[in-house]
Ligand binder design. Structure first.
Ligand SMILES: [Zn+2]
Length: 302
């Protein structure tokens, strides 16, 4: 993979949906930005605005999804949106949201990429250099691990081993070029176990969760009748991995081998890559640039 041009969207668009936890309607506005702005959330509720850059420095929670926050406001479940933006190489965009959750839509990245493709992207002269893994790099947490080996292209080998007859000891190796990502990975929906969903809902969480936005597993089968892929769940794990690692802000070239990984391990790997290879790229210059850009877009700065 060679250097690629930075990109934004051709025009502004609005995505509406419900939040997985709140069950309430969310408006997410995608607004074209200048080159080198990066991906930046504007959390805008009742005209109180917070700027939350998509950066590993702003990851505040990884328990069920990736949550970004600035210490005051949060944006939850960013990974499915980020996986779609990453697949189309969108590096610069303002994401204005009137809630603390990204709309869950169908539980995958399918609708996000359809929206992006219907609008089209605008390419800048500025470039992004992919991170080519030259030496093996790994993170381990008990039985969970992730290794990235040098490779000429991006490739993933994923292994899951849930206590469930359909998700025991499953592996997937897949080359991840843009087309395969869009067709084979992004449509894979999130999944959960019925027993966990009931427990979450009893605590007032996952109130927006339904068979319309998740694969639900019973003790020995699926509640849904319409799987998109026979191994849809492991594909979704790959989707999450791609979305999570995209927070680094540069594409990775290497062979990622992940076993029983999840958001926490994905983010640890991202931080390791940043500290070992790229260094911390969130400079004062960059945040000032974002602020100046937002100032010119007066509707965005309170
Ligand atoms: Zn997910």
């Amino acid at each position: 993979m060679n250097t690629q041009k930075r990109k934004t969207l051709k025009q502004e668009t609005l995505i509406k949906g419900i939040g997985l936890h709140s069950g309430k309607e969310v408006n997410l506005r995608l607004i074209p930005a200048e080159a080198n702005t990066g991906l930046v959330f504007i959390h805008n509720v009742k005209n109180k605005k917070s700027i939350i850059p998509v950066s590993l420095n702003y990851v505040v929670d990884t328990s069920n999804a990736v949550t970004l926050g600035d210490g005051f406001r949060i944006v939850q479940t960013v990974e499915h949106l980020l996986a779609a933006l990453h697949t189309r190489g969108i590096s610069d965009l303002i994401l204005e949201i009137d809630s603390s959750e990204i709309p869950i839509l169908d539980g995958s990245s399918k609708i996000f990429i359809e929206v992006i493709d219907s609008i089209g992207t605008k390419e800048f002269e500025e470039e992004i250099e992919p991170i080519k893994i030259q030496n093996p790099i790994w993170v381990v947490d008990g039985e969970k691990y992730m290794v990235i080996l040098p490779s000429e292209t991006l490739k993933v080998t994923y292994h899951i081993d849930f206590k469930h007859p359909l998700l025991k000891g499953q592996s997937l190796t897949i080359d991840l070029n843009e087309e395969i990502l869009a067709k084979e990975i992004l449509p894979a929906r999130t999944f959960g176990f019925l027993r966990d969903v009931e427990a979450l809902q009893a605590r007032g969480l996952a109130l927006g969760g339904s068979l319309d936005n998740a694969i639900v597993l019973t003790e020995d089968g699926y509640l849904n009748q319409d799987l998109r892929f026979e191994n849809e769940c492991i594909r979704h794990k790959v989707l999450d991995l791609i979305g999570d690692l995209s927070i680094i802000g540069r594409p990775i070239v290497g062979h990622i081998i992940a076993s029983k990984a999840g958001h926490a391990l994905d983010v640890s790997m991202g931080k390791l890559i940043m500290s070992k290879i790229t260094g911390d790229e969130i400079s004062k210059f960059k945040s000032k640039r974002i602020h100046d850009f937002l100032k010119r877009k007066t509707s965005l700065v309170g």
